[in-house]
Design a binder for this molecule. Structure first.
Ligand SMILES: [Zn+2]
Length: 258
């Protein structure tokens, strides 16, 4: 939960509009956007109740539209032009290679930069739908102060072979029972964001449930490489590639959720 009118990361004033997908990606992804008939970004209100695979019913969609037009006014000028811009620059050449499916070494530092970039996109996108947001104020602050991902978050990446997800972001949030007293939280406490960019798909997963690490482990998608927390060095592209059907199952929900 963030305070309206204040930066989600530092709490400062002077918000500026931030593109959900950076403009430098546009020439790399424009062709994919035009080829797809699906909205290129979307959010769902809750986990569950969806038929998988395939698209959720129309009333499940919340906000949706064309990804390169999407801007959110939740980050201040100082963050946007400062540390976030530096982080963007640090990731740009790697992301470009991955979008194009070119070979790239993914060591520990590359995986961290990529994971942080994806986490920032997911964190900004969540604020497009505050009622269903699952990232806590503490976690935004933690990202800002430590320039790393909050505890319990996981990020995954895979080479992607389809078209529908080649320029797309999809956010899902939901409630997971608190394990201590079996109570249902009043607001979503778990989020999953799929980010498709050309030949690459990334998934960001996080939770503030009392059993958060159990939850994110159970929700971890199969068939993708875990890039955060670091497991092992990788050479991009990775095998096997993931396709639209498998990705739909990951992105649109899982039978595990209530
Ligand atoms: Zn700020």
């Amino acid at each position: 939960m963030s305070v309206p009118g204040k930066c989600i990361f530092c709490g400062g004033k002077g918000l500026t509009k931030e593109h959900l997908f950076p403009q430098w990606m546009r020439p790399l992804l424009q062709g994919y956007v035009e080829a797809s008939e699906l909205p290129s970004y979307a959010q769902l209100r809750t986990f569950g109740g969806l038929s998988v695979p395939g698209l959720p019913s129309a009333n499940g969609w919340n906000n949706q539209g064309y990804i390169f037009n999407k801007r959110l006014r939740v980050v201040c000028r100082s963050c946007n032009n400062g540390w976030m811009s530096q982080q963007e620059q640090a990731t740009k050449s790697l992301l470009t290679a991955m979008i194009e499916g070119r070979p790239a070494p993914l060591g520990q530092d590359e995986q961290f930069q990529l994971a942080l970039w994806c986490a920032l996109r997911a964190a900004i996108f969540e604020r497009d739908d505050p009622k269903n947001a699952a990232i806590s104020r503490y976690q935004y602050r933690y990202i800002y102060e430590h320039r790393t991902l909050p505890d319990g978050w996981k990020v995954f990446a895979a080479s992607y072979s389809g078209l529908e997800w080649a320029a797309r972001m999809f956010h899902l949030s939901g409630k997971v029972l608190n394990i201590n007293d079996q109570s249902m939280p009043s607001a979503p406490n778990t989020h999953l964001t799929a980010i498709g960019m050309g030949k690459t798909i990334c998934v960001v997963l996080g939770s503030t449930a009392t059993n958060a690490s159990f939850v994110t482990t159970r929700l971890s998608p199969t068939g993708l490489e875990q890039i955060w927390p670091f497991v092992q060095a990788l050479e991009w592209p990775v095998a096997p590639e993931i396709g639209d059907e498998a990705l739909g199952q990951i992105a649109y929900g899982t039978p595990y959720f209530m």
